[in-house]
Design a protein around this ligand. Structure first.
Ligand code: NAD
Ligand code: DAU
Length: 334
């Protein structure tokens, strides 16, 4: 089997590449990534010499190159993660989000159609459903209408609709997964959890948007990987699967948990101007995926403790990032 994983130098795609290389030694795993600010290959040191791991530096929106590559490699599976992923960056400038997330997906769909792939798995997000209110009995299901609120989620929803259309129009065997917020190793430190861990460790203020009461539903990245593995191999063609583990937390609770675990003071919390169009609450109903045979392994308390420990053990990875271009971004943004 030839498996193409796009965005495999990023956070979730990177964890999924390692999961596949280690769990499927008979598959050839191709990691295709443009290596934008969010991509780095140092995370793959332990697998880079394995025979079943291959890296291709390419832009998913480069039509000619992608079409040629697909004809050459004849991929059986495409698992598509590559995207611009940060909501705040999309609010500042959405152009690259449309190019990579929408046009890039269209190019991959055309290339997949040309060579009749066995399955195209599109990694999407719960953010395409918009927001829920604070009533804890309400959840996103696969039938919830798409109502994206940020330029990022609008670009993801656009790509979801293209993927759906290629199934309806051309019979391309697709699945779409819509996962809640991930956390775990190699999470880029612009996102809430790694940003908080790295700043608290450096005794720097942690910016909490608005009143900190917005809710996100957190899932360990390993549980996301096992969900995608299941969908890739057992998902019913054309179906959407929500992924989430019922771990709803306010942002303030998340930040306080990290501060407490690291034995630091809550004086580090700084309430700052709210994100524009800030979605109030996300919460996933994962019943459809559970019925396919999936169960998450991590509860949030165990997962966050292990993640904090990982950031303590792997300082060289994130310190290198926060010292570079990222610092300029941070200073401009906050
Ligand atoms: P990330 O920003 O950490 O990684 C994205 C990767 O895509 C990077 O390696 C980058 O170099 C690559 N990339 C970007 N544009 C590219 C292009 N034009 N061509 C080739 N490669 C390109 O993102 P992430 O958090 O790992 O998210 C991965 C996917 O999962 C995204 O599609 C995102 O929408 C989705 N998702 C993320 C979460 C989350 O909590 N992070 C939750 C649900 C779904
Ligand atoms: O729900 C899935 C989505 O989760 C993915 O599709 C996105 O790619 C991913 O980035 C993530 O989006 P969020 O906007 O939810 O994640 P972020 O870590 O940026 O923010 C989480 C919450 O924390 C959100 O309510 C905003 C808040 N926040 C974030 C940052 C960066 C703060 O309060 N302060 C901050 O500095």
């Amino acid at each position: 089997m030839n498996v193409l994983i796009t965005g495999g130098a990023g956070f979730i795609g990177g964890n999924f590449v390692q999961y596949m290389v280690n769990n499927y030694p008979d598959y050839d795993i191709y990691n295709l990534d443009l290596l934008t600010y969010a991509g780095d290959l140092t995370k793959h040191k332990e697998i880079e010499d394995k025979e079943n791991y291959h890296f291709i530096k390419a832009d998913i929106a480069d039509r000619e190159n992608i079409l040629t590559l697909f004809k050459e490699k004849k991929f059986d599976y495409v698992v598509h993660f590559a995207a611009e992923s940060h909501v705040d960056r999309s609010i500042t400038d959405s152009e690259i989000f449309i190019r990579s997330n929408v046009l890039g997906t269209q190019v991959l769909l055309d290339a997949s159609k040309e060579i009749n792939v066995k399955k195209f798995v599109h990694i999407s997000t719960d953010e395409v459903y918009g927001e829920l209110d604070f009533d804890p009995s309400t959840f996103f299901t696969e039938e919830t209408p798409l109502q994206p609120n940020s330029p990022y989620s609008a670009s993801k929803a656009s790509s979801d609709l293209l993927v759906r259309a290629y199934h309806e129009t051309y019979g391309l065997p697709i699945n779409i997964t819509r996962c809640s917020n991930n956390y775990g190793p190699y999470h880029f430190p612009e996102k809430l959890i790694p940003l908080t861990i790295s700043r608290v460790l450096n005794d720097e203020k942690v910016p909490v948007y608005g009143d900190g009461k917005n809710i996100r539903d957190w899932l360990h990245v390993d549980d996301h990987c096992s969900a995608i593995d299941l969908v890739m191999h057992k998902g019913v063609d054309g179906e959407v699967y929500n992924v989430g583990g019922h771990n709803e937390k306010t942002n303030l609770e998340v930040v306080q948990t990290i501060i407490k675990t690291l034995d630091k003071s809550e004086d580090l919390i700084e309430f700052v101007k709210d994100r524009l169009g800030h979605d109030k609450r996300y919460a996933i109903n994962p019943t459809k995926l559970e019925n396919l045979g999936w169960q998450p392994k991590y509860d949030f308390d165990t997962g966050i403790e292990q993640t904090i420990q990982w950031y303590l053990d792997n300082k060289q990875w994130w310190e290198k990032i926060i010292d570079g271009e990222y610092r300029k971004y941070f200073e401009k943004h906050y």
